[in-house]
Design a protein. Sequence first.
Length: 217
Amino acid sequence: MYCSIAELYMTDLCDYPSAETAACTCVETALKVSPPNMPDAYQAGCNLRLSQNRGYEGCVMINAAYKMMEEGVQIQASGGDGELSEQQMKAVEALPDYAFRTQTGKLLIECASGVEGVSDEERNEMGQKAVQVLGSCMAENDEIVETWFLLGCAFMSTEVRYSDRDSDSAATAQRHASRTRRRHACLCTLHLMLYLSPPTDDPDEHDSYPWPRISFD
C-alpha cells in the first residue's frame, strides 16, 4: 500500500506541494514494514531516488530488489532445465508478477546506462541483471513487444569497455563478448520488427520462423 501511494505522489500527484516529502515518507515506511524478501519497497525507493537525481542510491536500491528475486529469475530465464528442487520451485513461484519484473528491468537498464558515479564494472553487472530479469519475463510470455525491445536495450547496456592497458588476450576476449551481446541485441530487434510487421496470408509463418536461441547467461 505504501509503495502504491509513493508512486502516486511521483506521478499523478507530483504537483502537490509536499509530494516529494510524502513520497519519501511512504517509501521509508514501506522499507520498515515490508516482509523479508519482498522487493516492492526497494524498487519504489529506486524510482524515487532516480527522480531526485540521486542515482547511486537508486542503484543500491534496485540491486537490493534484484537480490531478493535473483535465484528465481535465473532459474526461469534458463528455462528451468532439468528437474527442479523444492527450494528452486519455491524461488520461481515467489517471483513478482510480469509487470513488476518488467519495471525492474527498466530500472536496471536506466541505472546501467545513465547514472553518474557508477563504475563500468557496476554498469555491466546491472546490465546483466536486467538481461536475467527480462529473460525470466520472456520465459513466461515471449509475445509482448515491449519486452523484446527492453531485452535488446539490456544487452546493449552490458557492452564491455576496455582500454589500451588491457592485455591483448583480455582485449580480444572483451571484443568477442561485445560482439556476442550486440548479436543478441540485433536478434531482439529482429524479433521486434517481425512482431510489428504487417500480417501475412500464412497464419503459421510467425511460428515457423527459425528463431535463433538467445542465451541469458
